[in-house]
Design a binder for this molecule. Structure first.
Ligand code: BMA
Length: 968
């Protein structure tokens, strides 16, 4: 407390200098309107923070958090440098108080309501204004609003926000709880903190198997004081629904501070659809919802919109008081057709600007709300499959089945305030460039920022949105559940306007963890934890989702789960990983990850992954020279997955041979490259299997796979992890390979003993397919082997031109094919088509290939407009015979703005050619490819730079290596 008084003394005029006070007048006086709303933004650098046991205070920033505040003051160096995640843990173990001052005018206090609006406090905070206690908070995912009118005075005011150590708080909560709630602590490799499940805070800030522990505190989102008369709009939930051939847009507007009754008018406009409407409304309770409903596409008949009723839920009256009939909205949309929102690769993700404003009965305008809305439907289809057990599990967007291709998203930084829109755009555009159409926002991080969801809308990236519960049981007492209820209500209302969000999931791996990890079948306590799981997941989370977003999206209780089957089995399935139902998470670090036969073939793979190291370039800023060696203490410190290094080493030994350079740093560089090859090929093997199995089912009913989300897209720090993009944005080899294995057209083989099967997978963009009526997938397992068919009427089997296919065998030691099998495929009947079946030994004989070790397969298909290729070694590189060191030559360098084109040739067959241009941010058109299989053939490449780049500099920095460069 001494620290506190010191702190206040030290504020003085300095804070006022920095304080940005913005009065927001939302409507121009020129139009004769008066604003009913003014706002004092408390964001900015007009803050001081003091550690309650250090007696010192430092300038601070909002939004922000204590680690970045201390970094700016030079108290902390880069927290990600070497071992600093542990060295700086003291920061999270004490309490911190933020203080600021702001000026309030007499007029400001004349408004009916003066509210402190906290968009995000991380996490356990006490708020005081002029040293008057306002509130205590304990959930970083909630928006809090507090009436502070009585606490304010004209002139200078002070606000204190004091945060408790989240680590200490979680520990105290767990001690006060009547029983242990597992998992208590993370594995020692994670070097993290315990009891993350006892605090509603980003779980991975207590550490994860790919990330450090930085349980920071601070005001992590906007903070403002707003003053207004009459009700205020808090959320707008547009929902578009397709009604026969037309669309219906329904907009629910949530109000706060209604009082007993209020009236006014809502204006809503969508200029591109000629919609501009204003309607009188009457509100009769707090938290009122007004629902505006109208058809959008021109429809000649007069349509009556059904009257919606008021209903009572948990003491909250949800009242749809205003019902519009289409004729009330006479002027809009005549003759205008709605453009649909399509996922990436399936059409344009079209968005419409919409503006909503409330004007109170005195004619005063509230803030204008600008939204971007998309017209699309989403359905999760779980139907019985004829001839196979289980249910289907696939998404239909705009009534078209979509094979989901993507990966999993984790927080992009340990400190949310460092995640700019540019960084997010870099990551989301990278996902789109790798032909992804979905990301799963994983449940151990945060509900992401508005920028993230806006970008997902723009890029057509569907989102599988977990609620933020992961890998744990939770203390489901009344207080905790009430806290969660507020959190889920806020987040569903905040997020459901986004066209990108396709599905809600109750949590990450809590159902599976409950059944398979945290409790043995004979655990006598199991029922108690089961009840807690149901109270949280079903009675709270699902209940809120049903209330707040009842129509527009599917809900699964957990990921993975058996979907509908999980619900039938009482919300926890006997085997949540059953491949015949729902989604599956698959990790196996023992079997051969390059052998497709070891993988389960689920209906939908929402996680599967392998680790690799990030590049030396990414590690350099956070390491010293002595760290850059295999098994250094730095490497050990960064590896949070138990046995992670030995698993990668074993996999490399199995597939590629371990690195052997006598120079330790070079050996480490080679090791990084080999881990990336191992990861890329492993994930490629699994992803291709899932795509091949879209239309096929095994005799035991596995298959008809309709989704592949590998673990994980991005990184939170520089370390060995499962990511395909490094911290800082550099693509790993996996990300380059994803461009191909997620492309519309894919030629892919499966070798099983002597049998070689080749599949051609071709997706027609959903927006170009036949009308919806003929689209839905009806899976049917066929008894005849090897062909298993589904009756999908939806796909492309249209008038697409025929394909020319070339299947060749090459000898590693000779440029040019030994033999090729060329044929024509006229018509594709399915999305995934078995187009070639042969006996490999006889193919080897025909091509005079001496042995499997000497040769590889090269596959190519083209239909004039599109082409794809693939190469598959017939033995692992450990045994390959004939591979030689190669010279890779660069030519034809040419620059157009931020793009550099060039050509490459190689004088020997070179697998996994890896290009780097150290220090230049950007990515290549291809990387990790095969070069030189045709003598003298030039291949073209492009480097897409993030910033402008000099051609000379690029040519000096460009380095190419291939597999044999490792084994000198
Ligand atoms: C799954 C995920 C994450 C984890 C990953 C890799 O369990 O849901 O919790 O990081 O696998 O182990």
């Amino acid at each position: 407390m001494v620290g506190d008084s010191l702190l206040r003394l030290s504020l003085g005029g300095m804070l006022m200098l920095h304080m940005k006070m913005s009065l927001v007048f939302l409507c121009s006086m020129a139009f004769g309107f008066v604003s009913s709303h003014e706002e004092i933004a408390l964001n900015g650098d007009g803050w001081m923070v003091s550690g309650l046991n250090t007696n010192r205070s430092y300038p601070a920033k909002v939004p922000g958090s204590i680690y970045t505040d201390l970094m700016r003051q030079g108290i902390l160096d880069d927290p990600l440098f070497r071992f600093n995640n542990e060295v700086y843990r003291w920061v999270a173990k004490q309490n911190w108080s933020y203080v600021s001052e702001f000026e309030v005018t007499a007029n400001f206090l004349l408004f009916d309501h003066v509210i402190l609006r906290c968009e995000g406090l991380d996490t356990v905070a006490t708020i005081e204004i002029n040293r008057m206690h306002i509130a205590d908070t304990n959930n970083m995912f909630r928006r809090y609003t507090f009436d502070i009118k009585d606490a304010l005075k004209e002139g200078r005011n002070t606000i204190h926000v004091t945060f408790q150590s989240p680590v200490a708080y979680a520990k105290r909560q767990s001690e006060a709880f009547p029983y242990e709630v597992p998992p208590v602590c993370p594995s020692p490799e994670q070097r993290g903190e315990c009891h993350a499940n006892f605090i509603r805070k980003e779980a991975c800030s207590f550490s994860w198997d790919w990330g450090p522990s930085f349980p920071t505190v601070g005001i992590w989102k906007d903070l403002a004081i707003e003053a207004f008369n009459g009700p205020i709009i808090r959320y707008i939930l547009p929902e578009s629904r397709s009604v026969s051939d037309d669309w219906e847009l329904s907009v629910a507007v949530h109000f706060a501070e209604v009082g007993a009754t209020s009236s006014g008018s809502i204006s809503l406009s969508i200029p591109a659809l000629n919609i501009s409407a204003k309607k009188e409304i009457h509100l009769n309770s707090d938290d009122s919802v007004v629902s505006l409903k109208f058809p959008v596409q021109f429809c000649p008949k007069t349509r009556e919109i059904p009257t919606l009723k008021c209903r009572e839920l948990d003491g909250i009256r949800l009242c749809l008081d205003v019902i519009f009939k289409s004729r009330n909205w006479a002027s809009f949309a005549a003759g205008r057709r709605v453009q649909l929102w399509w996922p990436n690769g399936h059409g344009t993700p079209f968005l419409y600007d919409m503006k909503v404003t409330f004007t109170n009965s005195q004619g005063q305008n509230g803030p204008a709300h600008d939204l971007k809305i998309g017209f699309r439907t989403i359905k999760l289809v779980q139907n019985p499959i004829e001839g196979a057990s289980g249910l289907s599990f696939y998404f239909e967007v705009n009534q078209q089945p979509i094979f989901i291709k993507g990966s999993n998203w984790i927080p992009a930084d340990v400190f949310q305030e460092r995640i700019s829109r540019d960084r997010l755009e870099n990551l989301l555009s990278s996902a789109a460039k790798a032909n992804m159409n979905m990301l799963r926002v994983w449940g151990g991080g945060v509900y992401e920022s508005d920028d993230f969801y806006n970008l997902a809308d723009e890029y057509g990236i569907l989102l599988w949105q977990d609620f933020m519960f992961a890998c744990a049981d939770y203390p489901a007492n009344a207080e905790f559940l009430d806290n969660v209820r507020h959190e889920i209500t806020h987040q569903v209302r905040r997020l459901s306007k986004h066209a990108s969000i396709a599905i809600w999931a109750g949590n990450n791996e809590n159902e599976w963890g409950f059944m398979a990890k945290r409790h043995t079948p004979s655990d006598p306590q199991k029922l108690k934890y089961y009840r807690d799981y149901i109270s949280l997941t079903v009675r709270t989370i699902f209940d809120v989702v049903q209330t707040e977003d009842p129509y527009s999206r599917p809900f699964v209780p957990s990921s993975p789960s058996n979907g509908a089957e999980t619900i039938t089995e009482g919300w926890v399935a006997a085997n949540p990983q059953d491949p015949h139902y729902g989604d599956v998470h698959h990790y196996d670090y023992k079997s051969d990850s390059w052998d497709w036969r070891v993988f389960p073939i689920p209906r939908f793979a929402s996680e599967y992954g392998l680790q690799s190291w990030c590049s030396l370039e990414t590690l350099l800023p956070v390491s010293n020279t002595e760290d850059l060696k295999i098994n250094s203490s730095f490497c050990d410190h960064r590896q949070h997955h138990p046995q992670g290094e030995s698993q990668m080493w074993n996999e490399i030994s199995r597939h590629l041979k371990p690195p052997n350079n006598s120079n330790q740093t070079q050996k480490f560089i080679d090791y990084i490259y080999l881990t990336q090859i191992n990861q890329a090929v492993g994930i490629k093997t699994e992803a291709e299997l899932f795509r091949r199995m879209q239309d096929h089912v095994t005799p035991n009913g596995e298959g008809f796979t309709m989704g592949s989300l590998y673990w994980q897209l991005n990184d939170i720090w520089q370390a060995p992890t499962w990511s395909s993009i490094e911290y800082g944005g550099k693509w790993k080899m996996l990300h380059y390979m994803a461009q191909d294995f997620y492309a519309h057209s894919l030629i892919s083989s499966s070798l099983n003993g002597d049998n070689l099967d080749v599949y051609l997978i071709h997706e027609t963009p959903a927006s170009q397919r036949n009308p919806p009526s003929s689209s839905s997938l009806k899976f049917k397992a066929s008894k005849s082997k090897p062909k298993h068919e589904n009756e999908a009427a939806f796909m492309e089997r249209t008038n697409a031109p025929g394909w020319i296919v070339e299947i060749s065998i090459y000898d590693w030691s000779k440029q040019g094919a030994l033999k090729s099998w060329n044929f024509h495929v006229d018509k594709l009947n399915l999305t995934s088509n078995l187009i070639f079946h042969n006996n490999l030994p006889s193919m080897l004989q025909e091509s005079e290939c001496p042995s499997m070790q000497h040769c590889f397969l090269f596959l190519r298909a083209s239909n004039g407009a599109e082409s794809c290729d693939n190469w598959i070694p017939l033995s692992y590189y450990t045994d390959a015979v004939g591979l030689r060191n190669s010279q890779i030559m660069v030519s034809d360098l040419m620059q157009t703005k931020e793009q550099i084109d060039f050509s490459l040739t190689a004088d020997a067959i070179s697998p996994f050619v890896w290009l780097e241009a150290e220090g230049l941010n950007g990515h290549f058109s291809r990387n990790g490819f095969l070069l030189g299989h045709e003598d003298g053939r030039k291949e073209s490449f492009t480097f897409y730079a993030d910033q402008s780049v000099d051609l000379n500099e690029f040519s000096q920095k460009l380095v190419a290596r291939s597999l044999m460069d490792v084994y000198m």
